[in-house]
Design a binder for this molecule. Structure first.
Ligand code: 5GP
Ligand code: MN
Length: 327
């Protein structure tokens, strides 16, 4: 994989006209915020920009400035000059968006996932960045691209959500400096943004947590904690896929727990596995890669074929091996 420089990418951004800015399925604040921020900056330059995500904008992120720009991909494929994948560890995680691009002269891949293999013609993968939004900020600054209130707020949300509100280990002095600059440049109301992000959940999210806690299990001397969600419970509570984002943090937050796992039964005969670690020596990205997934050392996921019980058994067995080798 050859890594591109911000200058090389900046040149491509300036020299082309039609862009598609893409992000991963089941998007989070980093994917959506980074997509909107880069799109708005390119629009300010007079570019023709499409912003597509398989899931469209999520209800809980609809407060993001100019969120209406981000749509589901069209049914008929379109030609663009440049396709830019953001925060997407593996190209297939673009989902249906991939089929919406008939042709692109150049594919750019900007991401911070350790497991990113470096697909595309131009690549910046920086696993030291706590959020893709931080890389987009550095791209915008280094190339003198437009940065206004709306762009700043989208980037702030990207960084705030992917750092767990500036708490996760990759949060650095640079992260706070960037956040400070975003707050200053955009005159951002941090309290209001935080309330929209962290204190505006639908009631059903807590009802979901109540059901998940009933299934909570501790294993391997309390070093692993897990809970699971069946299709039936999800239907009974009428929860949306986005409602469970962050609930796994309750498991990780328990003293003694090193690995937290969330198993979610999906309609396609697979189980979505979401994993968190509190110890760099327990690399959940490596564990998830064994099941065809990926992510970061401390936060990763996979979609595994099989019933809930089968997948739980296989995944917990793998975790047991890793914890035993470590101790
Ligand atoms: P989450 O548990 O929040 O869904 O995902 C945690 C991290 O793992 C995210 O950075 C996400 O991109 C990555 N991830 C989650 N599921 C998958 C997957 O099925 N495949 C890959 N390659 N990465 C995943
Ligand atoms: Mn991210």
């Amino acid at each position: 994989m050859t890594t591109s420089t911000f200058n090389e990418i900046g040149q491509v951004l300036r020299e082309h006209q039609r862009f598609a800015i893409l992000g991963h399925v089941r998007p989070d604040g980093d994917a959506l915020g980074s997509q909107l921020a880069l799109a708005l900056s390119l629009q300010q330059l007079g570019k023709d920009v499409r912003v597509w995500n398989e899931d469209g904008i999520l209800e809980k992120y609809s407060f993001l400035p100019r969120s209406e720009l981000l749509t589901k991909p069209p049914a008929t494929a379109e030609d663009v000059d440049v396709a830019i994948a953001l925060d997407t560890a593996i190209q297939s995680r673009l989902g249906t968006v991939l089929a919406a691009i008939r042709s692109a002269k150049i594919w750019i891949n900007i991401d911070h996932h350790l497991s990113n293999p470096g697909y595309g013609d131009m690549v910046i993968v920086d696993p030291s960045a706590p959020a893709t939004g931080e890389i987009i900020f550095r791209l915008i600054k280094s190339q003198g691209l437009p940065l206004n209130h709306d762009i700043a707020e989208n980037l702030y949300v990207a960084i705030s959500t992917d750092t767990g509100s500036f708490q996760y280990p990759k949060t650095s002095a640079r992260t706070f400096e960037i956040a400070a600059e975003l707050v200053r440049v955009g005159s951002l109301d941090v309290g209001k943004i935080s309330q929209q992000l962290y204190e505006s959940h639908p009631r059903r999210r807590l009802e979901l947590l109540r059901e998940l806690l009933r299934t909570m299990r501790f294993e391997f001397g309390g070093r692993a904690a897990s809970f699971s969600l069946t299709l039936k419970t999800a239907a009974d509570l009428a929860v949306l896929p986005e409602d469970n984002e962050g609930l796994i943090d309750h498991l990780r937050a328990i003293r003694g727990v090193v690995v937290a796992v969330f198993f979610e039964e999906l309609a396609d005969g697979k189980v979505r596995v979401s994993m968190r670690s509190k110890d760099e020596a327990v690399d959940v990205c490596a564990i998830c890669q064994k099941f065809g997934g990926g992510g970061h050392t401390l936060a990763a996921g996979a979609r595994v074929r099989g019933s809930l019980a089968e997948v739980e058994g296989k995944v917990l067995e793998e975790i047991r091996g890793v914890l035993e080798r470590k101790s």
